[in-house]
Design a protein around this ligand. Structure first.
Ligand code: ATP
Length: 865
């Protein structure tokens, strides 16, 4: 049994590799067995730092009771009780409970949605378990696990290095030192060696910035170095989105309007219309409660977080609500090629020259980062394709690699665009190199010609480059493979990757994803431009672009060509050209910035360590969930679970929908508030009694809030959602159209209900009957208005009245309520309602229908589809 990890203060950096493995009772080649790992997980606990304490329903419920709006309502209830109207008081308390429950449930729903997203975006770790190589959630890692460290990944736990290949780690998260630290598996004798100098250790939360290595985990969770610092109960706070801020500001302004009006109405009532003061006080309080738009920021948060949840169902995980908000305004999607536009299922289809196949495969097998996984291989798509090709050709990949272990390795990076390894072969150090032909050929001085090695002159190199072009034009990814032998074991990169003998070329095919063509066509219709930025050869890029229907009219510009352009020329170029090849992450960043300077809203994809700046600079950084590094994922706003271009389009579509629904919800909500103010104000100014009893107003607010918060979230897309241009990112949320929409909707409702009320009042002078017509009129009218505002351009009848089930359920609830209040005398009394005649009912129905559905006529005239 290993020592208990939580009490384990062993100075691991002073242990040799063998001692570490022995102490942790693990096995370097096979890792822990699954049952043993399970036991250790129970003992050590999950490997997590942040202890998330979800707040209980009741905790939040009582918190919510302190909100000013609720307090105001409580005061109203208490006043009712004091003045002997016990049944009204009880009604109000029931409403408070209902409202609070709904609000807390809504809030918890949002929080749960966000929390589940966070879980989806959590990183994984590569581990050897039971002789296999697997990806596990980081919290499953236990002491004794053998883990793989690769560039761009976070170190999942404290670990002792056992194998190291050009490994550098950025330990700033732990030590504050911003320069990456070179690592080695060397032995350190001094137990006092400070953390920053423990070269043979890596620590949880630090970042592999280069190279790769294997390590044995010595501590997990809170017993890691980072876990010990500060106890680390990190609270993850979601930053506010611009829209949330704007709403907060707006509702602060509107509060004063609502308050002013809630004071004005009772004052006029008492002083001029001689209404009973008690009644007017209650009216004022309930009006304040009903008209102050305190729900607005909550509606925004709800719509955004539930939208984010829906996005995740479509394989797009939003890391920030900000992304959900701005997705809909994206005008350019700049995408990688491999994996996003193509399937990332590479297969070797050409060896050039064909006679060198065996030599090429040998290099392919040894200069390779993929690892066996059952009958197949796991790792980079190029590397696994090469191993598969070798296996198909009859090579025993695992056995040959075991027989000649790697002595040194310079892993692939997309600036060098090549990788190399050194193994022992016939008493020599043998270097195998593979990479982009432009990177490899300049380093080659010799060339394999049949069985002989001859010198490699410029003309021969040109011939090879012509051959590369031919293969690339067929859509193949082309690698040049080369080798050299070294006598001395001087394993510097400059030496290893120079003086090479060129062996040949390998062509890999990666078919385009079948659905992408359609998606790119849809993008075009939706006013979104698709651009390809790839590290691959220009002709390969062009061939794939043609296959997926990407605009290639203005040719391909390569990274080296971009380097020659001034910022102004670059802007001109990105305006036209849609294919960029041999681009490095730095080029990607420049392209993004040039597009932004042209006023575009750019979504850009990225997977590598160096992609982080471009992802961060973009309006929407899209990281690859399958093949991306942790660095890219952390820098991204959106993570694609399936790496698929089509998913970005779906996300943009969903983003547009979310934004539209947000507008619809807010328009409805504010229209109701404005209408309510107008409906109360006019009779007051006419010195007619207020049209609603306080308890009625409170109930109206309850129904309205429920509606606005929940129903518009689930509204489906209007049929022309992807036929329109992206929304102008500079346009204000509260623009003229929005304000106009709010005012006209409010006006319609106001005219309908005021007409009903005043006609009844002047005819009957019966306050109970008149208020009942206004109350019922409002309940029916605000449902009809909601249905109407479900669509902005498409006629609602065309979209189908029943397509929003949530709204139907809510309308049903209002109908049942109306029915109960009109037929049950007790309920009627409670709601201060009186029985109505048939003609009063008819008047309500006709007035509210006309007052809300007049907009439908306009939609019918203007909607084209
Ligand atoms: P894409 O846009 O297609 O995803 P990328 O920008 O990710 O491409 P890289 O992966 O950086 O492109 O590859 C650039 C070039 O590096 C390739 O064209 C290829 O020649 C070479 N290359 C790619 N993968 C490897 C590898 N595993 N080993 C050696 N060379 C590679």
């Amino acid at each position: 049994m290993i020592e208990h990890p939580l009490t384990n203060d062993f100075p691991w950096h002073t242990a040799s590799v063998d001692e570490t493995i022995a102490r942790l009772q693990t096995n370097q080649t096979n890792g822990l067995t699954d049952p043993e790992a399970g036991r250790r997980l129970t003992q050590a606990g999950p490997n997590t730092l942040a202890v998330e304490r979800p707040e209980s329903f009741w905790h939040e419920f009582f918190e919510e009771l302190h909100e000013p709006m609720v307090l105001m309502l409580l005061v109203t209830g208490v006043l009712y009780a004091i003045w002997g109207e016990v049944s009204e008081a009880i009604t109000i308390f029931v409403i408070i409970l209902t409202l609070n429950t709904v609000e807390v449930t809504n809030e918890q729903r949002s929080k749960r949605a966000i929390a589940s997203l966070r879980k989806l975006a959590e990183p994984t770790a590569s581990v050897r378990r039971g002789g296999h190589f697997t990806e596990l959630p980081v919290d499953q890692i236990v002491p004794g696990d053998v883990i793989l460290l690769q560039d761009g990944r976070r170190v999942p736990a404290d670990a002792h290095l056992v194998e190291v290949y050009s490994l550098s780690v950025d330990e700033s998260a732990l030590t504050g030192e911003s320069l990456p630290v070179e690592k080695s598996a060397a032995f350190i004798a001094n137990p006092e060696t400070p953390l920053a100098d423990r070269q043979n250790m890596v620590y949880s939360s630090t970042l592999v910035s280069r190279g790769k290595g294997w390590a044995v985990v010595v501590a997990t969770g809170m017993s890691t170095e980072i876990g010990r610092i500060a106890g680390m109960a990190r609270e993850v706070r979601e930053p506010r989105t611009p829209l949330q801020n704007m709403m907060e500001e707006l509702s602060k302004i509107l509060v004063w309007f609502a308050l002013g009006f809630s004071i004005l109405v009772p004052l006029v009532g008492i002083l001029l219309a001689h209404q009973p003061p008690k009644q007017m006080l209650l009216t004022g309080l309930s009006l304040a409660f009903a008209t102050i738009p305190e729900e607005m920021p909550i509606i925004i948060t709800m719509v955004l977080s539930l939208g984010a949840f829906r996005l995740s169902k479509k394989h797009a995980i939003a890391r920030r609500l900000n992304a959900v908000e701005s997705l809909g305004s994206v005008t350019v999607i700049a995408t990688d090629k491999t994996g996003t536009l193509t399937e990332n299922r590479m297969a070797v289809t050409r060896f050039e020259p064909a006679g060198a196949k065996e030599r090429l495969l040998e290099i392919g097998v040894f200069c390779n980062d993929a690892v066996p996984d059952g009958m197949d291989f796991r790792g980079d798509a190029v590397d696994t394709a090469l191993l598969r090709a070798a296996q198909t050709a009859g090579m025993d990949v695992s056995a040959s690699r075991k027989a000649r272990p790697i002595v040194a390795e310079f892993p692939f990076d997309n600036n060098r665009k090549c990788m190399s390894t050194v193994t022992r072969k016939d008493d020599h150090a043998w270097v195998a190199v593979k990479g982009a032909p432009e990177s490899i050929l300049p380093q080659c001085i010799l060339k394999l010609d049949g069985k002989k090695v001859v010198s490699f002159d410029t003309a021969a190199k040109q011939a090879v480059l012509d051959c590369v072009d031919g293969m690339a034009a067929d859509g193949l990814r082309v690698l040049a493979l080369a080798e050299r032998t070294l006598d001395a074991e001087n394993l510097d990169l400059e030496i290893v990757e120079s003086g090479l003998a060129f062996i040949g070329l390998v062509g890999l095919q990666d078919p385009p994803r079948p659905e992408v063509r359609q998606a790119i066509a849809t993008c075009r219709r939706a006013g979104v431009r698709a651009i390809m930025i790839t590290g691959d050869h220009p002709l390969t890029a062009r061939a794939i672009a043609r296959q997926v229907g990407l605009d290639g009219d203005f040719g391909v510009v390569t990274g080296p060509e971009l380097d020659q352009l001034s910022d102004r020329e670059l802007k001109e170029t990105v305006r036209r050209v849609s294919i960029f090849a041999r681009a490095t992450p730095e080029h990607k960043l420049r392209i993004v910035q040039a597009l932004q300077a042209l006023g575009e809203r750019v979504a850009v994809t990225g997977d590598g360590v160096n992609d982080a700046p471009a992802l961060a600079a973009a309006d929407i950084g899209v990281a690859m969930g399958e093949t991306g590094t942790d660095v890219a994922r952390e820098a991204g706003d959106l993570v694609l679970a399936d790496d698929n271009f089509t998913t970005i389009l779906h996300a943009v579509e969903e983003g547009r929908l979310i934004f539209e629904n947000l507008k619809k919800g807010v328009r409805y909500y504010l229209a109701c508030k404005v209408a309510l103010i107008m409906i109360n104000l006019l009779p007051t100014l006419l010195l007619v009694p207020v049209p609603f009893a306080p308890v009625q107003i409170i109930l109206m607010e309850l129904f309205m809030d429920l509606m606005a918060a929940a129903s518009f979230v689930v509204e489906g897309p209007e049929s022309d959602l992807l036929e329109r241009k992206p929304r102008d990112p500079k346009a204000k949320f509260m623009d003229g159209a929005m304000i106009g929409g709010i005012l006209t909707s409010a006006l319609g409702l106001f005219i309908a209900i005021t007409t009903v009320y005043l006609v009844t009042w002047y005819n009957t002078h019966d306050i109970a009957v008149s208020q009942t017509t206004a109350f019922f009129g409002w309940l029916i009218g605000h449902v009809l208005l909601a249905f109407n505002l479900r669509s902005e351009r498409q006629p609602v009848f065309q979209a189908g009245l029943s397509s929003n089930r949530m709204m139907l359920a809510w309308a049903g609830a209002v109908a049942v309520f109306l029915l109960l209040v009109s037929v049950i005398p007790g309920a009627r009394q409670l709601m201060k309602a009186a029985p109505l005649t048939g003609s009063q009912w008819s008047m309500i129905l006709i007035a509210t229908f006309i007052g809300t559905f007049w907009m439908e006529v306009k939609k019918r005239i203007t909607f084209k589809k």
